[in-house]
Design a protein around this ligand. Structure first.
Ligand code: GDP
Length: 444
């Protein structure tokens, strides 16, 4: 699994919050340490990790309580949002020229997958209905030209070659001329890769760039190189000015550092990612999907989002007041049960909770059944009883009536009443924790 180590490193953080009621300054210390460690092990650079951890901590402390959402789930959501931000937020689309051919200049060190990307990109654009042409600009390795011709044939895209005796900038000019003649939509130029950055390489790229006036200058970087990839993007951008990066070999056992660092470190977005050796394995870089994959918990994210939505829709303040004054009654109990129901069927909700993947279908049915039983009993109460649970607590006669009207046992009704008072206590305690104050004395 992609970034598996990072994913399991982060899991340690969520696990430390099991059994907590709310995120606090104290109980996030350990999880934040896990997050920090996981990111460093994924080869994200230290300053980036520091800023990330700081941003997550601040939000975690201030996030407050969302009904039905556990603190570990809240933290997952916050980390997700920050990961998306870190990777640039929105997907960064390729830009196309308004008139004439769109020119894409590819640069990169040797072996990063540049030649492969040239053909992959051509195929990707062809699928969008654009005609393409490749230009072979690596004049130092005849084998590189041959290789481009071969991959060009594989995706059925013409390759412009001029041998190894012509200067790359001149090849660029000739190739572009040819593309204009043939009314090609997109020209992709492959350039020479070196083992490391040197002045000759940069100078040559600058010349080629001047000759082409490209719409996009994309640096191809290898995900396996981690934060080094981010440093390369920065250097190339300062030297020649680039519009973005293409991250290759994301299918390998890369740790994630490159995907997470490139935008933050260089200011330039990752536009596309290579996820395999096949020509089809190139796709846009979606920060939100990437974050979702890293966390491996797409379901939890949508669950928390839905809960937040419902929370906003309802009068949160009203509820808070009730909790503060211990007036949480059966009406609130009912609307809370229904709010959870609205988040999707009970079974889905349970399935979404991390660490609860092993819940059996029979346990799910059990949970659904007990919430139906609760509803039936609350519906059998008078409006007065719903508002004043004390009435039921004090009167066995009332409890018996509710039991009869709902078709449940008196014991079940007693349990429900006890549960409501327990919830009042729990909520009051929770408020105490959240305000950093002491736990208020119980009165009922
Ligand atoms: P160049 O020197 O930058 O032109 O690199 P090549 O295009 O020749 O690629 C170098 C090696 O990396 C080749 O064996 C490619 O098949 C492989 N490669 C390129 N992109 C990917 C990718 O996204 N995933 C995997 N697994 N291999 C890739």
């Amino acid at each position: 699994e992609m970034f598996g180590q990072l994913t399991s490193g982060l899991e340690a953080a969520w696990n430390k919050l099991k059994g907590e009621d709310v995120l606090t300054k104290e109980n996030i210390v350990e999880p934040m340490r896990d997050i920090r460690r996981a990111l460093l092990e994924a080869d994200v650079s230290l300053p980036v990790v520091r800023r990330f951890v700081q941003a997550v901590s601040e939000q975690a402390i201030g996030v407050g309580l969302i009904r039905g959402v556990r603190p570990d789930q809240q933290l997952v959501k916050i980390v997700h949002n920050e990961l998306v931000k870190l990777m640039g937020g929105e997907v960064s689309e390729l830009v196309f020229a308004k008139s004439g051919p769109t020119v894409i200049l590819l640069a990169g060190l040797q072996g990063v997958g540049k030649t492969t990307v040239s053909a992959k990109l051509a195929l990707y654009l062809k699928k969008q209905g654009k005609s393409c042409m490749l230009i072979a600009g690596d004049v130092y390795r005849p084998a590189a030209i041959d290789q481009l011709v071969i991959v060009g044939e594989q995706v059925d895209v013409p390759v412009y070659t001029a041998g190894t005796d012509v200067k790359p900038a001149e090849i660029a000019r000739q190739g572009l001329e040819e593309a204009k003649k043939k009314k090609v939509d997109v020209v992709i130029m492959d350039t020479a890769g070196r083992l490391q950055i040197d002045k000759a390489m940069m100078d040559e790229l600058k010349e080629v760039k001047r000759a082409l006036n490209p719409t996009e200058v994309l640096l191809v970087v290898d995900a396996m190189t981690g934060q080094e990839a981010a440093a390369l993007v920065t250097t190339f951008n300062l030297e020649i000015g680039i519009t973005g990066a293409i991250l290759t070999k994301l299918d390998g056992d890369s740790r994630g550092g490159a995907a997470l660092s490139v935008k933050e470190v260089s200011g330039k977005p990752i536009k596309l990612v290579g996820r395999g050796e096949r020509m089809e394995d190139l796709e846009p870089f979606y920060p939100d999907r990437m974050a979702g994959r890293i966390l491996g918990m797409g379901d939890v994210l949508s669950f928390v989002e839905k809960a937040q939505e419902i929370m906003r829709q309802e009068d949160a303040e009203e509820l808070q007041k009730k909790i503060m004054s211990a007036k949480f009654d059966f009406n609130d109990f009912l609307s809370q049960t229904r709010a959870v129901a609205r988040m999707g069927s009970m079974s889905r909700v349970i399935g979404m909770i991390p660490g609860m993947g092993k819940v059996t279908p029979s346990q799910i049915r059990e949970a659904e059944k007990s919430s139906k039983i609760m509803e039936a009993m609350i519906e059998a109460m008078t409006p007065e009883e719903r508002e004043k649970p004390e009435l039921l607590a004090e009167s066995p006669v009332r409890r018996k009536r509710v039991a009869q009207d709902s078709g449940k046992t008196e014991q079940q009704v007693s349990q429900l009443v006890a549960q409501l008072f327990q919830m009042r206590v729990r909520m009051k305690n929770l408020m105490g924790v959240m305000e950093g104050g002491s736990i208020p004395a119980l009165s009922n």
